[in-house]
Write a protein that binds this ligand. Sequence first.
Ligand SMILES: Nc1ncnc2c1ncn2[C@@H]1O[C@H](COP(=O)(O)OP(=O)(O)OP(=O)(O)O)[C@@H](O)[C@H]1O
Ligand SMILES: [Mg+2]
Length: 587
Amino acid sequence: MKQKNNYTIFSFIKRDSKKMMLAIILSLFSVVSGIIPYFVVAKILTLTILKKGTIVDIFYLSIIGTCAFCFKIIFFNLSTTISHKLAYKTINFIRYAIVDKLAFISMGEFQKKKIGEYKQLIMDDMDKLEYPLAHAIPEITSNLLGFIAIMIYLFIVDWRLALAGLVPIIISFIIYGIMMKGGAMEIFKEFNEGTALLNSTTVEYINGMEVVKAFNQTVSSIEKFSNAVIHFRDVMTKWFSHCWPYLSAYNVIMPASIAFVLPIGGILLKNNIIDLSIFIMGMILSLGIAPPVMKLIEFTDNIPTIMFTEAKLKEILSINELEQRLKKICLKDDSVEFNHVSFGYEENNILHDISFKIKPKTMTAFVGTSGAGKSTVAKLIARFWDVKEGEILVGGENIKNIPLTQLMDEISFVSQDNFLFDMTIRENIKIGNKFATDDEIEAVCKKTGCLDFILKLPQGFDTAVGNTGELLSGGERQRIAIARAMIKNASIIILDEATAFTDPENEEIIQKSISNLTKDKTVIIIAHRLSTIVNADKIILFNKGRIVNEGTHNELLENSHIYKDMWQAHIGSKSWGVKEKVQCLEY
Ligand SMILES: Nc1ncnc2c1ncn2[C@@H]1O[C@H](COP(=O)(O)OP(=O)(O)OP(=O)(O)O)[C@@H](O)[C@H]1O
Ligand SMILES: [Mg+2]
């Protein structure tokens, strides 16, 4: 079983801990180099005002200051280059981990979240991690150490000036704390949920664009979408109106160390408690206190983002994967068997006590009314879900004992939706078999009736099919999906309404090629057009989640009223279709 326990973002970064250390050290060098110019300026000012230094002293000090400043930039660039590479690598790791996880969980678990939510986590939330990952770890460490170094030195110079320099920092922290305690986290959570809702509703809205157009719906009339937009605006406004007053005060007070150090230093100098060199050093160093602290606080803004992303990540990565064995097992043959299987997507069962046996290398058809459970049975064979009761055997083995990857290799599944990826036709077909040569792809396309239309496309096999294959007709998509399934060369082939959108001429071609290509295979066909399955070795008739009869076409015509009625209706619709055509021609 493939279950991991450590799902923190840090656990992914740790995989490259040496590089992260290097980025931190380089960043630390950058901060130290950045502090040196403060000392240099203070020294030059003291030497100049006290008229103690020569031109050469000031020249050397200037060189040191300039070099230190250059080193600050060089070290910073090196550090961020490493940390950015590391950040993108980590984000990649996490994206792979999520996608990998989704492949091994049941469809039931998968469907608990909306597509938009997955999109947000895999794309948007991961993109948002770039800033904290690439900058936060090296820069937090180095800025924290930089701040500590300045403060220690300032305390050594004069403890009163150091304390005065700390006052605005402490006040700013209190303001920040009040902002966070006053409900900022809750509002941020709402803001995050609002973003997720807007994301998923937008994806749903865009996917349903055809319906929107067909039914003349405008944006405002799609209530769900407009509500999500309004809700997002409201939480965003709430977030800003809550935080802005605090952030304004914080931004004014935090960098104002000198406003506190200057009067205290003036009093101390006037009373001869400190001398001019200490006064100048205190002034200049106080200018260096706020920048590292402000950088640190800047990163704390990212903490809620990291926390929410991490919570979502944990939620997905800790979903239990389908239990499976990892070791390949030897299957007896290509048979499929259901033993008293009951199943429901939710609490109520949709399939009730289903039992049947499909012999190897035979063709079996599932027929029945819409919603009878045919596709559900097919999906259970491919283990998209686990059964609630009973068992499913493939090759004599319970599918729970067959590694998922082995089961997927055994089965080729053309689903009702025949989903195509937004890639070229060639790439879509190659999903079935990544080693297939161009000649093999062409041959299988010829047999499944898609070669003609593919060659007519401007870029042939290299034509991109668009989002979910929308640039092709329903029938064309189906034929490509069949070609993809056929090139996989699996021993069990499941075709769920695979030719439903195909015109009669092409359907005949495909039917012929299906019978040729599946000669030595176990084939399960789900079809509403009964004429396509009359020659099946066995037809299983489903009704309301139960098997009501099984046998050959002729046996069912004799024994089953339901099947007979379905057949009559089918024959009727076919002849009606012909009559309609004739009438149309007469006009
Ligand atoms: N993912 C799902 N989540 C919840 N219920 C589902 C899901 N898929 C199907 N169902 C329900 O299960 C029942 C059986 O659906 P199924 O798709 O297996 O029927 P079917 O016989 O293939 O119908 P059709 O001939 O229309 O394709 C239906 O009532 C359907 O609403
Ligand atoms: Mg179906």
